[in-house]
Every structure is written in C-alpha cells, then in structure tokens.
Write a protein that binds this ligand. Structure first.
Ligand code: GTP
Ligand code: SPV
Ligand code: MN
Length: 587
C-alpha cells in the first residue's frame, strides 16, 4: 500500500515503475514484522544465509557477486550540465546523454521482480538538519541494509517534500561493463545499476550523504564530510568532540570506537562514538562547529576487527547484523575473517562460497573489503548524544592517511587556512575499499576524492569561506598511524594507544601544552606524549615525530603536480600555503 498521497512522490515512482516494469511494488514501512518477512524470503532464495541464532541472534551472511565487492570509482559519475562544475577529479557525462544511456539499461530491468520503495531520513527525523529521500530498489539485501543504516520507513514519509532525493537502484544483470553509480546534483537524483554492493547501492551513504549533500552544503553554507565523530570524556567529566577524515579503510571506525588504554581508564577517561563514517557539520549559534552523524548504523570493514583492535565493533556485530563477503564457519554456523582470532575454522566456506581450510587456503577466507552492517544502538560506547538533533560541538578536526614514510605521527596546522591546505594535500596508500591496485599512493584531499560531488577546487574554496562564519574554529591536525620500519612493520602500536595522540591534540585545543614549530606545522615535544604502559621508546617516538626535509621537498613536488590539474580554479590561499611550505623547506 502506498504510504503517502504526495503527488510529486507518487508521480515520480509511477515513472520509474513504467521504466523498470516490476511485477509488484511494495512500500517499506520500517516495521519489524515486514523486515522479518523479507529476511525469511531472502533466506529462502539464498540471498541471505541465517547464521547460528544462539550465538549470533538476528545475524545473516550475504555473498555479493565476486565481480562486485567494492565501490567502483571508475564507474561513478557526477552529471551536472557543465563539466567544469564536476571538476577534474570526477567522471562526468552530460546529464541528457547519461539519462538516455541509463534509461536503456533500466528499461524492463525489474521484470519478474519486486520494486521496494524505501522512504528514509539522513539525520534525526524531524531535525532542522535532516534530509529525506526515497530509494527504489529490487534488492531485499539493500532494503535490509538501508533499514539498519538509515532511519527508514513510515516515519520519514511525512517529511518528503519537493526537495526529496530521488534514488533508483536495479541489480539488473550485474554486468561490470554496464555498472553505473550516477549522481545528478542539479536534480537531486541518484541512479545505480548492475551492482548490489555497499556504497554503490546503499544510496543513503556515499551517494546521498556525501556526493549530493556536499552540493547542498555548498549552497546552504555547511559541510558534508567523510569523517568519524568521537567524544572524549576527561577525568573531570567534560566531554570534548573531535572529527576525523581518513580515506576508506584507514581507521575511522577504529578511532570512532576507541577504548582508552588501561592507565587512562583508571584515571577516569572514557570515549563515546557519535559516528564512524560521515559527519554533517554546521556553524552553531555559539560560533562553534557542530557535527551530526546522518547514519543510524555502521557499514564497517570486517578483516582486522578483533577483541584487541576494536572490541566495541566486535560487540556491535553480535546481534542484528548482516555480514557481507566474510567466511562461513561450517562447524558452528558463525562467521570468520582474517585476524578475528588465531584460530581459522577447520571447515569453512570462503567469501565466494567455496570450501576453505587453513591448510589448503589459496587466498584469504574473507574478502579484504568484507563488511558488517550493524545497528549503532548495539555499540557499547554509543554516545548519549547520538540522537541529539543538533549534534555535538567540535574542538578538533583531524586529517590522516596511510603513509609508510613522510607524514609524522601527528602535527597541528598553524590556523584554519593552513589546516585547509593540510587537508587538501592528504595522501594515502590505496586500500581494498575501492577497485584498483592496493598500496599505490594517491592524493585524497579531506578523504573526499571519491565523494566530493562538485569541483574539488570549489570545495576547498567553500572550506576556506566557512572561516568567516566560524567565530570559534576547531584546531586542525594531521595524523599518521601507519609509519613503517625497514622491515615494513608499523612502528606505532595504534588502535587504543592512539588515545595518547588524541590527548595531546585536546591539550593543544585547550592551551594546555606547548609544541615546536617546524616547516610543516606544530609538532609535539616528544616528552609531551604519554608513553606509560607501552613498548615505545622516546627515541622511537622522536623518530615518528621527525620531519625529513628531503622527503618533504619531494612531497611538495607531488603536491604541485596534483594541484596543476585545477589550474586557475585553485584557491589563491592554497597556492600561497604551498609557496610558504616550499620557502620553509629551502636550505
Ligand atoms: P571505511 O569504512 O572504508 O570508510 O574505513 P575506515 O576508515 O572506517 O577504516 P577502519 O577503521 O575499518 O580500518 C581499516 C583497517 O585499518 C582495518 O584493517 C584496521 O585494522 C586498520 N587500522 C585501523 N586503525 C589502525 C591503527 O591505529 N593502526 C594500524 N596499524 N591499523 C589500523
Ligand atoms: C568507504 O569505502 O569509504 C566505505 C564503504 O565506507 S562504502 O559504503 O562501500 O563506501
Ligand atoms: Mn567510508
């Protein structure tokens, strides 16, 4: 039954029904009863596998097509009228041409299938900062994931107005050559086809909350960012919030669920997770930046998650969770992935569904980009502010990536403008979260390279312009947990121990500690980072906090060639920041 009489909504759905020709149309009301019926149906067809309900109540396993296991950036498009508005870092096609191409692909694509209508809200329903959309999909997997990741169903319906975001997804035949993830920011339209995986098809996430929302943020004066939001409670009981932008699979979920080391806990420190992937950030009436997490669940990387690295994430996935492309432990019908524990299952199916055992293994049991979709409310450290419609005030913004060399453990920018520069030159070694060669270094400004829905240089200008409105700007930092030694091993212990760096960052925000000025920004005096209880010597730390001038000179060359593609559009402020850095690096 239709859940609304809104003509604009119904007319648009009618058009998509005519185009895709499903056998039936079902509105998702968000009720547990309806979702449970869909789970049963998906289990009957093999789309989902029901896991051990005693050990993992409400948990299911899904395997996507082996050709369809990550976001496909090469097939992701921003279609606005002028190519110039999409910029050199986005794929672009003329909207008319793209609509025509897509209409051919969608034509009749849902014949014999069911179209599900998912009304949903990004943000807290009814909040002045929330945004609403509909995703039409022929995938139960998408429905069930969207029901975890967004506030979906009847409750979003009254808020669907003229500006609602229109999304169409069809699995079609999963042909990788005809796979498209397309945003039309001028029409608030999202269309994805021939994929059934993650950020390609859970449209609330990257398509809406970043690519479309970054456009809305630019028009309306706010920021849509690929950032975690973490609350840190000190022994006095004060909670301070930071956001962090790291590229995909570079540690956002881990930092977002940080558990302070024992010594810190004894002293009364505690951390709260507000969000692990996306932050919508606005200037509050008090002149500070306030951040909300528009999502309602976590779509997290499974491999590497364990009781030591991220116990909170592990606890979050013990009920009501959908696992995608992990291994199935046949002995007890549970899941497994690399580094979950030291005991790989003797009898298992790998992420493709093929028999797997530790002795005969040809490759990993779980795909490196295998994921869990888990409700935020499961998280033991979920912030009491999680549902606060106004979000939380931000003291620090952290940028970071995977760099084996060059970037020190942490440094602070000189000011907002320099901080925007630091974000714009972010670089990281590629991970499995997107297609392509793992390990290659690429520039990923603000971790938004695949997610900025307009011209990157305009986006930087928008960041620079925001300064005018922020009376009390957060301080901006850069971190790198991933420096390696000669043997290629990580030098810094990372994970919970990152608290030591976070403590220094917060002290800087509240003028509680000094720093030394270097060519690249402010670095900690090594004695100001607490090393109690870890096996890291002062010398090692000093090494992690050193600036190698030769490497940084090379780095500026890399920045030059990266910036070159933006031509005249590159903000003058960033040109000057780069020149300033080069000056300071001269002998
Ligand atoms: P997306 O969901 O793709 O946006 O990824 P993310 O940024 O949330 O990354 P996540 O926290 O899932 O971490 C990805 C990988 O980095 C996992 O394999 C982690 O184990 C690893 N990782 C996270 N934090 C650290 C750290 O501090 N040190 C080291 N060495 N590895 C880390
Ligand atoms: C990322 O790749 O940054 C993710 C996973 O968070 S996806 O939803 O596939 O984009
Ligand atoms: Mn992400």
């Amino acid at each position: 039954m239709e859940l609304t009489k809104n003509r604009a909504v119904l007319d648009w759905i009618d058009q998509q029904v005519k185009l895709t020709q499903p056998d039936q149309v079902i509105w998702i009301d968000g009720s547990e009863q309806q979702l449970e019926a869909l789970r049963k149906e998906a289990c009957a067809t093999g789309e989902l596998h029901e896991l051990n309900q005693e050990k993992l109540p409400g948990c299911y396993l899904h395997r996507s097509d082996p050709s369809d296991v990550a976001r496909v950036e090469s097939r992701t498009f921003i279609c606005c009228k002028k190519q110039e508005d999409a910029g050199p870092t986005n794929n672009w096609m003329d909207p008319e041409e793209m609509y025509a191409k897509l209409h051919r692909l969608y034509d009749g694509s849902m014949k014999g299938r069911t179209m599900y209508v998912i009304p949903y809200c990004m943000g807290v329903v009814g909040s002045p900062f929330a945004k609403y959309g509909i995703e039409l999909t022929d995938s139960i997997y998408v429905v069930l994931n969207m029901a975890i990741m967004t506030r979906a169903g009847q409750k979003a319906v009254p808020y669907l107005d003229e500006q609602f975001i229109k999304g169409l997804h069809a699995r079609a035949n999963l042909d990788p050559e005809e796979r498209y993830i397309v945003q039309f920011p001028e029409d608030n339209v999202i269309m994805s086809i021939n994929s059934g995986y993650g950020g390609n098809v859970l449209q609330g996430k990257k398509c809406f909350a970043l690519r479309i929302a970054s456009n809305l943020g630019r028009q309306e004066g706010w920021l849509a960012e690929h950032m975690l939001i973490l609350g840190i409670q000190n022994p006095q009981g004060e909670v301070r919030y930071i956001t962090g932008a790291f590229p995909s699979a570079c540690g956002k979920t881990n930092l977002a669920m940080l558990i302070p080391p024992e010594g810190y806990q004894k002293n009364g420190w505690k951390c709260w997770c507000v969000g692990d992937d996306i932050a919508w950030i606005r200037v509050g009436e008090d002149g500070r930046l306030w951040a909300v997490n528009p999502e309602k669940g976590f779509f997290g990387v499974a491999p590497g998650t364990n009781a030591k690295s991220n116990p909170n994430a592990l606890a979050t996935t013990q009920k009501g969770t959908i696992f995608t492309n992990v291994a199935l432990n046949l002995d007890d019908n549970t899941v497994w992935w690399e580094k979950l524990d030291k005991h790989p299952p003797e009898h298992a199916l790998d992420w493709r569904g093929n028999p797997w055992s530790p002795e005969t293994a040809q490759g990993p049991a779980a795909h490196p980009n295998s994921r869990f979709t888990a409700p935020a409310e499961n998280c033991p450290c979920i912030s009491p502010e999680f549902n606060n419609p106004h979000g939380v005030p931000i003291s620090a913004i952290i940028f970071g990536g995977r760099r084996a060399k060059t970037a020190p453990l942490v440094y602070q920018s000189r000011n907002w403008r320099h901080g925007v520069f630091v974000g714009s030159i972010m670089a990281s070694e590629k991970t499995a979260a997107a297609e392509g060669t793992v390990g290659e270094t690429r520039r990923d400004p603000m971790a938004m390279l695949p997610f900025c829905g307009y011209h990157m240089a305009d986006y930087w200008q928008h960041w620079l312009d925001m300064e005018r409105d922020i009376a009390h700007p957060p301080k901006i930092f850069n971190v790198n947990w991933f420096r390696t030694d000669e043997k290629g091993e990580f030098i810094w212990p990372g994970f919970g121990e990152n608290m030591r760096v976070v403590e220094w960052i917060l002290k800087r925000c509240f003028d509680e500690v000094g720093a030394r000025e270097t060519e690249i920004g402010y670095l900690p005096n090594p004695e100001d980072i607490n090393l109690e209880g870890i096996d890291v010597s002062r010398e090692t730390l000093a090494g992690l906090l050193s600036v190698d001038r030769d490497l940084w000179r090379k780095e500026t060359e890399g920045i030059h060639s990266f910036y070159a593609q933006f031509g005249d559009k590159l903000p003058q402020a960033l040109r000057e920041e780069l020149a300033g850095l080069e000056d300071r690096l001269k002998d």
